[in-house]
Write a protein that binds this ligand. Structure first.
Ligand code: HEC
Length: 372
């Protein structure tokens, strides 16, 4: 190495890897993911002592629920922003979709595996984003999509059962919890290993990687930078023209997505209960059901209420979610308690939504039906 080249290497000992905006996105993801996991997992494992202590430490189930939702909104807002940035890069700047897997990644995996077991002398020369990073990125995208869809179903179970069979609600709950566990484990094992244990990689916080790190993990990218090659960019007039198309579209899409987000959050009050609500105490009944209940009124109510989506058109139960209520044997107090509390996978119906008198009608009708 001549003194000049040595000097050049020293001057360029650090290579820009992430912009400030990208690092900020990562911080938002770090915060929302961690808090979502801390408030979500104890709800998944609510019957276990550690989960109960954690819920208590976080201020009780009601505040855990609210914090979980606030963080979900933050994550969704971040996803919308990320979609905007991505569209800008792909469309306006004409950047190649470098996070998508290619055949070349398959070859890199193969070479890398052979290198690791000693069948190959050199570490493969990896591009800007190597196969492992692509898998991780795409897993975040995929995981977020799953969590948003299933989260919507748990947050708005009544709306969801208007479109889908009631059995999808417990299925959504299982998927939401399983995907969460998968994500947390992959962060703890895979992500931690790659960026903290194998070598403490601070690029996501400081923005840069050292030459040595670049050589090992992104040798091809390093050579490209050293050759002074820049990614081809479209000429300024093309960029200007594309921006004129992009901005109206971006504003429209953001407005639509943000409205969808608001709709998502405010749609209904009766999210699924994972842990029985503290707010539901022993219900004091305001009516004498035997005296007030009218079966015909109950039948009419049933056709208007969301109950049939899960319990069947005539309360005979539904395929996949077999909870028939026809021929009900519960006494009125227990019936009211169930409906007000919302047992597992059923939304709770507070008195503002369904009065005791209405429940008396429903109860009378359900009891009059033949058991299936
Ligand atoms: C999103 C689906 C869903 C909706 C909507 C729904 N339920 Fe349920 N309901 C369930 C599930 C699931 C169970 C069984 C819970 C369990 O396993 O403890 C249940 C249980 C019940 C029970 C307890 C049954 C028993 O034998 O212990 C009653 C009573 C009940 N529902 C009434 C209603 C009424 C009344 C409505 C409408 C106001 C309604 N449900 C709406 C899903 C639903």
């Amino acid at each position: 190495m001549t003194p000049q080249t040595e000097k050049r290497t020293l001057r360029r000992a650090y290579y820009q890897r992430f912009t400030a905006a990208q690092r900020f996105e990562h911080l938002v993801l770090l915060l929302s993911f961690t808090v979502l996991a801390l408030t979500g997992l104890p709800q998944k494992y609510a019957d276990q002592a550690w989960a109960q202590s954690l819920i208590a430490a976080l201020g009780g189930i009601e505040s855990v629920r609210i914090v979980h939702r606030v963080m979900a909104v933050l994550l969704m807002a971040e996803a919308i922003y990320h979609g905007g940035v991505l569209s800008y890069k792909l469309y306006v700047l004409g950047v190649r979709p470098i996070m998508l897997p290619t055949l070349r990644d398959a070859r890199d995996v193969w070479d890398w595996a052979r290198y690791n077991v000693g069948l190959r002398r050199e570490h493969p020369r990896l591009p800007r984003y190597n196969f492992g990073e692509k898998v991780e990125y795409l897993a975040v995208v995929w995981g977020t999509i799953i969590m948003v869809i299933t989260g919507f179903m748990l947050w708005n179970p009544i709306a969801a059962t208007k479109l889908l069979p009631g059995a999808w609600i417990p299925a959504a709950r299982a998927a939401h919890g399983a995907e969460a566990l998968l994500a947390v484990l992959s962060i703890l094992i895979w992500h931690s290993y790659n960026v903290h244990i194998k070598r403490l990689n601070k690029s996501m916080f400081l923005g840069t990687l050292s030459a040595e790190e670049m050589r090992e993990e992104h040798a091809e990218e390093l050579e490209r930078i050293e050759r002074g090659e820049a990614e081809p960019t479209p000429p300024p007039h093309v960029v200007a023209q594309r921006k004129r198309v992009f901005w109206p579209y971006a504003v429209l899409m953001s407005a639509l997505l943000v409205s969808a987000l608001v709709w998502f959050v405010t749609f209904e009050e009766s999210a699924i209960t994972t842990v029985p609500r503290l707010a539901v105490r022993e219900t004091t009944l305001s009516v004498d059901a035997e005296a007030v209940g009218v079966a015909a009124e109950g039948e009419a109510l049933w056709s208007r209420l969301p109950c049939s989506g899960c319990h069947g058109e005539r309360a005979q139960g539904r395929e996949g979610l077999n909870v028939p209520l026809a021929g009900l044997e519960l006494d009125f107090a227990d019936f009211v308690a169930q409906v007000r509390r919302g047992p597992a996978d059923m939304p709770a119906f507070p008195p503002e939504q369904l009065s005791d008198t209405e429940l008396a009608h429903l109860w009378t009708w359900l009891r009059s039906l033949p058991a299936p």
